[in-house]
Write a protein that binds this ligand. Structure first.
Ligand SMILES: CC(=O)SCCNC(=O)CCNC(=O)[C@H](O)C(C)(C)COP(=O)(O)OP(=O)(O)OC[C@H]1O[C@@H](n2cnc3c(N)ncnc32)[C@H](O)[C@@H]1OP(=O)(O)O
Length: 423
């Protein structure tokens, strides 16, 4: 058995741990290691996977100590919206290291192998939601989206009188399973329009709408509010109501998991529906984009309590490929000197040129305008990573004055990215 006295190899000392592909047969052992690492019952993982399969076993990796699994990770084959359109991307998940084996380079070994595998498959980027902010920067991932959860007390949950309201829209309150097709279609449409969104797998929808008791955390069943227009569904909210009484007074809370709308009036109808549930003193809204119209439409936005957090992290796996497959707001011709510890094929100088006909990135010997880490480009990839801030912080170096600002301008997108699917 892997012993408590085993000290394991040092981090950067060659192929430290054996890493190999895993299988469906091995999944119970895989799940046991990952579950222990994140502190949830393994059986829960197995049940979810049995009922709502989404695992891609041929993309699962394990690290071994002797025969025993001590580290896990998996990748999903995703479609990610990036500036320029939807692109294939690897969605990294199930990262866990057995607690007695942490900080001995197990994850580092898994990451090296996984990046090589992704490159071989031809996906240009990898994305993930991180459990902690301190893990993935060193592996070349950069936080690319800031989004927020919000709470608004009933007294302040009032939208401007001139907010768009459409009498032709009706709100239907129902069990989400009854309108699943419409909900999925609305999300697919919205996801294709927002950078950072991923298309949800069937298993994820099943899990989301299944409404397991453990997901309720004291609140009632999951409800769908579906906005219907004359021709088609225009938006939906998925939410629960937590009914609570204190000293005989109603102190309930509406908890919205997501609000998705194809038009502003539908979004207004959904917010006003959520704000008007009786016996609730406030509304929680999860996963809003930085520029969500709620802030704009509240009569008094000061009382919207926002908790900002990093959602999606982006990693350029094939740097020239990733830079070439997105679009740029302004013409660009610049030379980047890039460091990359975990995907050495990206390290070096790249000339990035973009105009109306498209973008190219090619290896070059020319003098660099800007020197930075691959993780910095990951942060900027979805259009909101300020490279100038990295220069100001002394983490990136400008050799040509203004190079970072010019790249920021070219990579910028007007609408804030959002990812409302945590995988
Ligand atoms: C996409 C997802 O699945 S997110 C879920 C991530 N998983 C979890 O949070 C589960 C609990 N945590 C774990 O299982 C492990 O601690 C892991 C996976 C985060 C890290 O695995 P380890 O094998 O310990 O990482 P490894 O030894 O390769 O560390 C490499 C470097 O990263 C650093 N590092 C690792 N984890 C962290 C962390 N949580 N915070 C800060 N630094 C970290 C290490 O100190 C080390 O630095 P060094 O090279 O300067 O010494």
């Amino acid at each position: 058995m892997a012993g408590a006295h085993h000290h394991g190899p040092p981090h950067d000392d060659g192929p430290a741990w054996t890493v190999r592909g895993s299988t469906q047969e091995e999944y119970p052992e895989f799940a046991a290691v990952f579950a222990e690492a994140i502190g949830m019952p393994a059986q829960e993982l197995l049940d979810v996977e049995r009922d709502f399969p989404s695992a891609e076993y041929d993309r699962s990796l394990v690290a071994l100590d002797g025969e025993r699994i001590v580290g896990t990770t998996m990748a999903y084959s995703l479609t990610l919206s990036v500036p320029g359109g939807p692109r294939r991307a690897a969605g990294i998940t199930d990262v866990g290291v057995w607690p007695t084996h942490r900080r001995r380079g197990v994850l580092s070994a898994l990451m090296r192998r996984q990046l090589a595998d992704i490159r071989e498959r031809g996906e240009k980027t990898a994305v993930l939601w991180s459990s902690e902010g301190g893990i993935y920067g060193r592996f070349g991932y950069g936080p690319a989206i800031q989004q927020f959860h919000a709470t608004v007390q009933r007294a302040h949950a009032v939208l401007r009188p001139d907010a768009p309201r459409d009498r032709a829209l009706t709100v239907e309150l129902t069990d989400p399973g009854a309108v699943r097709g419409e909900i999925e279609e609305l999300h697919r449409r919205a996801a294709s329009l927002r950078n950072g969104q991923v298309l949800r797998k069937t298993g994820w929808w099943g899990q989301l709408l299944h409404d397991a008791e453990r997901d309720r955390r004291g609140a009632g069943p999951l409800r769908a509010a579906l906005v219907r227009g004359p021709d088609r569904a225009e938006g939906y909210a998925l939410y629960r109501v937590l009914h609570k009484w204190e000293d005989g007074m109603p102190r309930g809370e509406v908890r919205a998991k997501e609000v998705v709308a194809a038009a502003p009036a539908a979004r207004v109808a959904l917010y006003e529906h959520l704000f008007s549930r009786d016996l609730a003193t406030g509304t929680f809204l999860g996963n809003l984009a930085e520029d969500d119209i709620l802030t704009t439409l509240l009569v008094n936005p000061r009382h919207l309590a926002r908790t900002a957090f990093d959602s999606l992290w982006v990693r350029l796996v094939d740097l020239p490929g990733a830079l070439a497959e997105r679009s740029y707001a302004t013409p660009l011709d610049t030379v980047l000197e890039v460091t990359d510890r975990f995907a050495p094929w990206n390290a070096g100088r790249w000339r990035l040129a973009a105009d109306a006909s498209g973008a190219r990135a090619e290896a070059t010997d020319a003098a660099p305008d800007l020197a930075l880490d691959v993780s910095h480009l990951g942060s900027a990839y979805l259009g909101r990573g300020p490279l100038t801030a990295l220069v100001d912080a002394g983490l990136a170096t400008e050799h040509t004055p203004g190079a970072a600002a010019r790249l920021d301008t070219a990579m910028h997108v007007p609408r804030a990215p959002l990812c409302d699917t945590d995988f």
